[in-house]
Design a protein around this ligand. Structure first.
Ligand SMILES: C[S@@+](CC[C@H](N)C(=O)[O-])C[C@H]1O[C@@H](n2cnc3c(N)ncnc32)[C@H](O)[C@@H]1O
Length: 244
C-alpha cells in the first residue's frame, strides 16, 4: 500500500491545496464535455479518484450523472456535500470493480496525478481496474516525467490561501523515476506548521502507454492538459484518451 496513505490525503493542508485549484475543475469539465460529444458518450461519469469533487461538480452542472470514488474519508465527505445528486464511495481504486459490481461507465476519468503513489505493478492493477468499469472512454491525466526532470526546481514555494506557504524540496531518482518530495507547510513568518514526505513515480508517455495498452485499452489520442493540442515531450502534462 502507498507509503503516504492515509496521512496526506486526510490532511487539511492537502485538502486546501485541492480547494486552491477548484476553479480549474470548470476548465476540465468543459473539455471533458467536448470529449464526450466527440466520442458520442452518454452522460454517466465515473470520477476516480474524485478528491473533493472539483471536476465532477462542474460536470454535474452540465447535466452529468456522477459516481465518485476516493480513498480519503474527508475528501469523499466534501465531494458528497459539493454534489448532493452524486453517488460516492470511499474505496481503494485498485478494487473499484468490486465496489461497483457490474456497473460500467461511458466515461471514466483519472485526472491530476492520481497514479504513481504505488509501485508500477500496483499502478498497472489500477489501470486494469479502470478498464473493467469503462464502457467506452477513459481519460487519464498526469504530469510528464520528461518535463519534470528538466524543469522542476529542487526547491520551490507555493502560496496556499488563506495564509500559508508550501516549501517543496524535491529530489528525482533516475533509477526509479520517483520524485521524493519533502513538503513543509509554513506560516507567513516562516514558522513550520507541518510537513509531509512522500515519493511519486512519474512516467514518460511511452511507459504509461505500454501499461494502458496492456490493461486492455486502445490509445485514441494524447493531448496536452485539458486542450486539443497534441502532446509533445516538452509539455508539462499528458492527457491520454483511451478507448476499449
Ligand atoms: C492529486 S488528487 C486528485 C483528485 C482529483 N482527481 C482532482 O483532480 O481533483 C489524488 C487523489 O487520489 C486519492 N487516492 C490516492 N490513493 C488512492 C487509492 N488507492 N484509491 C482511491 N483514491 C486514492 C487521494 O485521496 C486524492 O484525493
Amino acid at each position: 500500500m502507498s507509503e503516504i496513505f492515509p496521512s496526506i490525503f486526510e490532511s487539511d493542508f492537502y485538502i486546501n491545496e485541492m480547494i486552491k485549484i477548484w476553479d480549474e475543475g470548470n476548465k476540465w469539465a468543459q473539455w471533458l464535455d467536448e470529449v464526450s460529444k466527440k466520442y458520442n458518450l452518454n452522460k454517466k461519469v465515473l470520477d476516480v479518484p474524485c478528491g473533493i469533487g472539483r471536476i465532477s461538480y462542474f460536470l454535474s452542472k452540465l447535466g452529468y450523472d456522477i459516481t465518485g470514488v476516493d480513498i480519503s474519508e474527508k475528501m469523499i465527505k466534501m465531494a458528497k456535500n459539493n454534489i448532493p445528486s452524486g453517488k460516492f464511495y470511499r474505496a481503494d481504486m485498485r478494487y473499484i470493480s468490486e465496489i461497483l459490481e457490474k456497473e460500467k461507465f461511458d466515461l471514466v476519468i483519472n485526472i491530476f496525478n492520481s497514479l504513481g503513489y504505488f509501485s508500477d505493478e500496483e499502478d498497472f492493477e489500477i489501470l486494469k481496474s479502470l478498464r473493467e468499469v469503462t464502457n467506452k472512454i477513459a481519460v487519464i491525466n498526469m504530469d510528464n516525467r520528461d518535463y519534470i526532470i528538466y524543469n522542476r526546481p529542487e526547491k520551490y514555494y507555493t502560496f496556499i490561501p488563506p495564509n500559508y506557504l508550501v516549501e517543496d524540496n524535491t529530489n528525482f531518482d533516475p533509477m526509479t523515476s520517483r520524485l521524493r518530495i519533502k513538503r513543509i507547510y509554513k506560516d507567513q513568518k516562516g514558522n513550520e506548521l507541518g510537513k509531509i514526505e512522500y515519493s511519486q513515480r512519474f512516467y514518460s508517455l511511452h511507459e504509461i502507454v505500454k501499461m494502458i495498452n496492456k490493461a486492455g485499452f486502445k490509445i485514441l489520442d494524447v493531448v496536452s492538459g485539458y486542450s486539443w493540442k497534441k502532446f509533445e515531450v516538452t509539455d508539462p502534462q499528458m492527457t491520454i484518451i483511451a478507448g476499449v
